[in-house]
Design a protein around this ligand. Sequence first.
Ligand SMILES: Nc1ncnc2c1ncn2[C@@H]1O[C@H](COP(=O)(O)OP(=O)(O)OP(=O)(O)O)[C@@H](O)[C@H]1O
Ligand SMILES: O=P(O)(O)OC[C@H]1O[C@H](OP(=O)(O)OP(=O)(O)O)[C@H](O)[C@@H]1O
Ligand SMILES: [Mg+2]
Length: 282
Amino acid sequence: MRVAVPNKGRLHDPTVELLQKAGLEVHNGSDRKLYAETTDPEIDVLYARAADIPEYVAEGAADVGITGLDQTREAEVDLFDHLDLRFGECRLVLAVPEEDGVSTVDELAGKRVATEFPNISRRFFDERGVDVELIGVTGATELTPHAGMADAIVDITSTGTTLEVNNLEVVAEVLDSSVRLFSRPEDEEDGKIRELVTALESVLHAENRRYLMMNVPEESLEDVKNAMPGLGGPTVMRVEGDDSMVAVHAVVEEGDVYETINAVREKGARDILVTPIERMVR
Ligand SMILES: Nc1ncnc2c1ncn2[C@@H]1O[C@H](COP(=O)(O)OP(=O)(O)OP(=O)(O)O)[C@@H](O)[C@H]1O
Ligand SMILES: O=P(O)(O)OC[C@H]1O[C@H](OP(=O)(O)OP(=O)(O)O)[C@H](O)[C@@H]1O
Ligand SMILES: [Mg+2]
């Protein structure tokens, strides 16, 4: 099975890192290499540009692709989305120079819109019945209004810094994007792809969770259990050589850890350990 992975740019490192956390070490992954082997002899990595990956998968050059939803939508190919990998989060927005005072999409009728995403943009304006002239660019889209090239842009934003620096304001949201794992639709049930999805899901499930371990006097066990947040009952174990104590282990959401520690301590828990979780396979 061949997995297409962004060869460079901001998606390369987090993608390789996520595969590694899922147990799929990528060997000899350097910028210039086209292919890389992985820990799994049945899985190879193919490096490609983020924008080309949907096409590579649709055409069968790769079986699985990892890239932004903006890219799969722009490619206009038929793909099955298996998993949201929850990084590369950004918004595709329609923006105009602040001084132009444009506040609705309709006001752009007959105007020029520069974008790296002409297909998504065309669909956006068509759905609203607004006729615009689309101008395709391959980068630095934010500069085009000031250069007199366009009246508006459709481009990616995340922190909003680039729009702000260029005195542009958002008129409308076009698409919410994040990195996805996808295949051709006919491979939706493919066993090997399901395995990869399960492995990656296990990393995502574990990411915001911590494993809590503590010793609790037997008589305080019920109180401590009640002080723990959901996620199913904790595991309770005997402490060898001390009949009065039990060990309690539980998985807790990262955001609940601070409060949980204070609560269980108050109920009598001691020797509390908090550890990260590498993977949670369900
Ligand atoms: N500012 C951002 N914040 C979050 N995600 C982003 C941002 N910019 C881009 N992305 C996501 O990353 C993807 C690839 O962007 P990136 O800039 O890494 O690639 P690229 O511009 O194609 O790279 P290059 O032009 O260097 O080959 C985008 O399609 C989008 O999904
Ligand atoms: O809202 P912000 O946090 O400012 O991010 C938005 C910017 O990020 C992307 O550019 P990138 O940094 O990938 O540069 P590129 O144009 O060379 O791809 C995107 O094209 C925007 O220009
Ligand atoms: Mg970019």
